[in-house]
Design a protein around this ligand. Structure first.
Ligand SMILES: [Zn+2]
Length: 128
């Protein structure tokens, strides 16, 4: 006896196969494939949101004083966080994480222009 890869029912004989997996019947195999496809679609949506967020941060890094880019990065970050949390509301932790990403993007841009370490970095702490 082997368990069905979808529902876990014990299969005495027969059933459907997919590679090395066994299923009760073709219905279970179909539901398994549909669930896997839905999971892949959800993952790619999350990947897409992550890429949009990274792109928004990259744009902000190039023009850290642009409030529109800052707003776009914030919205992209919140969208990404909501997807990661299965569409539920973002948490304070997410807000802080997005805010930190935005601060780092702006600080990195400032450092690249002036050649100095950003405020609060270990290098500037030593000067005090
Ligand atoms: Zn089954």
């Amino acid at each position: 006896m082997v368990p069905c890869a979808h529902c876990g029912s014990q299969i005495l004989f027969g059933g459907a196969r997919l590679f090395d997996m066994r299923f009760c019947n073709s219905g279970c195999r179909g539901r398994f494939l549909a669930a896997k496809e839905a999971l892949n679609a959800q993952t790619s949506t999350t990947d897409q949101a992550h890429l949009s967020y990274r792109a928004a941060l990259d744009q902000l890094r190039k023009a850290p004083e642009d409030p529109a880019l800052r707003q776009r990065a914030l919205e992209a970050g919140r969208s990404y966080a909501a997807l990661v949390r299965d569409g539920s509301a973002t948490t304070v932790f997410d807000e802080v994480a997005v805010s930190n990403d935005i601060e780092i993007a702006c600080a990195t841009a400032a450092t690249a222009r002036s050649g100095r370490a950003p405020r609060g970095s270990p290098a500037s702490d030593r000067e005090v």
